[in-house]
Design a protein around this ligand. Structure first.
Ligand code: SF4
Length: 138
């Protein structure tokens, strides 16, 4: 008995519909970019020109008034660090941000190691709404 032709059509449809679904899902899995673009929306030089925190920022105060310890204990790779804001959140409006102290556009952080641009972001972001927030200007 010959195969029902509509049965083959259904099989083809299911095959291609499945492939389309996989392609669609791949498009959504950006790999952790704060704005869903896979981290390709960097607003400044990546990697940062240096990861050495300059003297004026080493033990300077963060926006929230806390002093930065000489050796913060969080590595960027452990806190979901991104080189772009996550919606309205960015380092410049995080209470833990230590503003730029040597006019190189990069500051530091009281908990995360290395240099920090005000447009960076990590998953330790702590809301700060004082008047001295640092805008993210790419
Ligand atoms: S968002 Fe993260 S890296 Fe940026 S200042 Fe806040 S705690 Fe530090």
């Amino acid at each position: 008995m010959p195969e029902d032709p509509t049965r083959t059509d259904r099989r083809s449809y299911l095959k291609y519909a499945g492939a389309a679904t996989i392609v669609g899902l791949a498009g959504c899995s950006g790999g952790g970019g704060g704005n869903g673009d896979g981290g390709n929306g960097a607003t400044h030089e990546v990697p940062h020109p240096t990861e050495t925190v300059p003297e004026p920022e080493v033990t300077a105060q963060a926006l929230n008034g806390q002093s930065r310890p000489e050796n913060p204990n969080q590595a960027k790779e452990d806190v979901g660090f991104e080189h772009e804001p996550n919606g309205d959140q960015h380092c410049g409006n995080c209470g833990l941000y230590v503003p730029d102290g040597n006019d190189d556009e990069y500051g530091a952080c009281t908990v995360v190691q290395g240099t920090i641009h005000p447009c960076d972001w990590c998953n330790l972001w702590a809301a700060y709404d004082g008047e001295d927030t640092v805008p993210c200007e790419s």
